[in-house]
Design a protein around this ligand. Structure first.
Ligand code: HEM
Length: 295
């Protein structure tokens, strides 16, 4: 079903986010929009109902930051998944996911400013002097730049090639954001290792595709195995350096289910289903049987 938008509106006004470029209702876009908005809606309802604990604004800050970085990684996953799953329509939601990451990151910053009683000079001073905040701010500036240049008008103005080159900046923004998360971790860096493992897989897929010109399910699997092993090794090296525990014991903890799921397992749970779908969808369809020659 197409809309009755005028040619002026179609040219100059953004289409509602649940409609595709032709103005038709897109169930995919509507579903993704709902998914992206759900954490914000739940958080705001819980906040209004006083359900966010003793430090509600701090909780808002943490949760908004978490969703920002998750959606940032999801936006980076769209292109590789589109190729691995041979599902071109996935591209329809890439901009929406990136803008959601930006929205949550701005919410995260707003909550931080609220915690600092909106004394913006203090916020700026903290950002300038605390390295992990400087990295977070650099990631946010990058996200804002990507957001501002993601409109159709900006794409037209820049031209496809320059726009694509500019949007490769997301491959810098995401490591900045993940490093920001890692450095602010005080007790348990598990979530930061999961983010780093998934990011490593996504970056490796990008590099593989640039080198090989194509992305197969087998490549996805090989790189997933490397990302899972790299996460286990990275975590073990981190705790070895921090507490001096033997590396072998730290690696063996990955095999002990009673210690809870280690980050490497979380990475496996996140990326292997995507690879499995790639194997199912990427399988070549059976070639038509040759016709029997007429007797
Ligand atoms: C000017 C920009 C930013 C500022 C001032 C800022 C500030 C902070 C602060 C103060 C914390 C520590 C919270 C605590 O101690 O509990 C934090 C954590 C965090 N930030 Fe940021 N941040 C910024 C940008 C970003 C961006 C761009 C992202 C993601 C794309 C992000 C994601 C996170 C995450 C995931 C955490 C950890 C939350 C948790 O699990 O507790 N931040 N940030």
């Amino acid at each position: 079903m197409t809309t009755s938008r005028t040619p002026f509106a179609r040219r100059y006004l953004p289409a509602p986010p649940w409609r595709d470029r032709k103005g038709a209702f897109s169930p995919l876009k509507a579903a993704v929009l709902g998914l992206l908005g759900t954490p914000a809606a739940l958080l705001l309802v819980a906040f209004a109902a006083g359900g966010l604990g003793a430090e509600p604004v701090e909780r808002l800050q943490d949760e908004a930051g978490r969703w920002a970085v998750r959606f940032l990684l999801l936006s980076l996953a769209i292109t590789p998944l589109r190729l691995l799953w041979r599902w071109n329509r996935l591209i329809l939601v890439r901009r929406m996911v990136g803008l959601a990451a930006l929205g949550y990151a701005l919410g995260h910053l707003a909550a931080y400013a609220a915690l600092e009683d909106w004394v913006l000079a203090k916020v700026a001073g903290e950002i300038a002097t605390r390295f992990y905040l400087t990295l977070g701010a650099a990631a946010l500036v990058g996200l804002i730049g990507l957001g501002l240049t993601s409109t159709d008008a900006a794409v037209r103005r820049l031209g496809a090639a320059r726009w694509q080159a500019l949007h490769r900046a997301s491959y810098v923004v995401a490591p900045l954001a993940v490093t920001h998360v890692f450095l602010q971790t005080r007790l348990d860096p598990s979530e930061a290792f999961v983010l780093a493992g998934v990011l490593a897989w996504l970056l490796a897929l990008r590099i593989w595709r640039a080198r090989a010109g194509t992305l197969t399910a087998t490549a996805g699997l090989v790189l997933a195995a490397a990302a899972i092993a790299g996460t286990a090794l990275g975590e073990a090296v981190f705790f070895h350096a921090k507490f001096g525990a033997p590396l072998v014991n730290l690696l063996a903890a990955n095999l002990d289910a009673t210690a809870g799921l280690r980050p490497a397992w979380w990475v496996a749970w996140l990326v292997l289903p995507a690879v499995a779908v790639a194997f199912v969808r990427g399988r070549p369809t059976a070639a038509p049987r040759p016709r029997r020659a007429a007797a």
